[in-house]
Design a protein around this ligand. Structure first.
Ligand code: PGA
Length: 247
């Protein structure tokens, strides 16, 4: 049985002061027995939020990291820096990073490998654009993103991995994928995991849905057999996140 995992992706929102207050408010009321709960916050908020959630079962995650250990990479943050701050989860390859910061399946793969080498669990994001969905190449696209993203990742690691299926057209648009659309792709992700690894690995890996998840649609989405929780953007900054966690 896979435990649900519900992660908030706060994106580039909240100063450390605001972040601590939000984390304080959200931590009370979030049922962490039913689901693993992660706040993926801006790097500058990690310390403040870690302090705020102390004593709860909520984990603090990052939204990105670089694949080199150290060196002349101005502005980047390494896995060791995150680890030293207590971070155990990191979002890798969010579509905003792919679109706005030119991340490719290859850089995603390097980051996923580095995260596993250091003992940080990657939340690897995949998802199709509206044009790809309309051209009916969604499944092929997602299969390629998963295969390249996981190149060289061993099955023991893949069992701990979290994959977030996030259709780009559903992110921040208020247009949620239907539970049938989301289930179809999450099940295809599990099928490709079974091809790359084996049935055990495919059964163990957690696959989230992301894209306009709210307290109102979380139950329907998370009730699908291959959807193991969600990656939540906009609603993770509001009290609605508690409803999502306690769906
Ligand atoms: P959204 O964002 O919930 O605001 O659509 C999801 C995400 O980008 O992870």
């Amino acid at each position: 049985m896979r435990k649900k995992v519900i992660a908030g992706n706060w994106k580039m929102n909240m100063t450390p002061t605001e972040a601590a207050a939000l984390a304080e408010r959200l931590k009370n009321g979030a049922d962490t027995d039913k689901s693993d709960v992660i706040f993926c916050v801006p790097a500058t908020d990690i310390y403040a939020v870690s302090q705020a959630v102390k004593g709860s079962n909520i984990s603090v995650g990052a939204q990105n990291m670089f694949f080199e250990d150290n060196g002349a990479y101005t502005g980047e943050i390494s896995a060791n820096m995150l680890l030293d701050m207590g971070v155990r989860y990191v979002i890798i390859g969010h579509s905003e990073r792919r679109e706005l910061f030119a991340e490719t399946n290859e850089t995603v793969n390097k980051k996923v490998l580095k995260a596993f080498e250091k003992g940080i669990v990657p939340i690897m994001c995949v998802g199709e654009s509206l044009v790809q969905r309309e051209k009916a190449v969604t499944i092929e696209w997602i299969r390629m993103q998963v295969k390249v993203g996981l190149f060289g990742v061993k099955s023991d690691a893949a069992k701990k991995l979290i994959i977030a299926y996030e259709p780009i057209w559903a992110i921040g648009t208020g247009k949620t994928a239907t539970s049938a659309q989301a289930q179809e792709v999450c099940s295809a992700i599990r099928a490709v995991l079974a091809e790359i690894y084996d049935a055990d690995t495919a059964e163990a890996t957690r696959v989230q849905y992301g894209g306009s998840v709210t307290g109102a649609n979380a139950g329907e989405l998370f009730g699908q057999p291959d959807i193991d929780g969600g990656l939540v953007g906009g609603a993770s900054l509001k009290d609605d996140f508690i409803k999502i966690v306690n769906y």
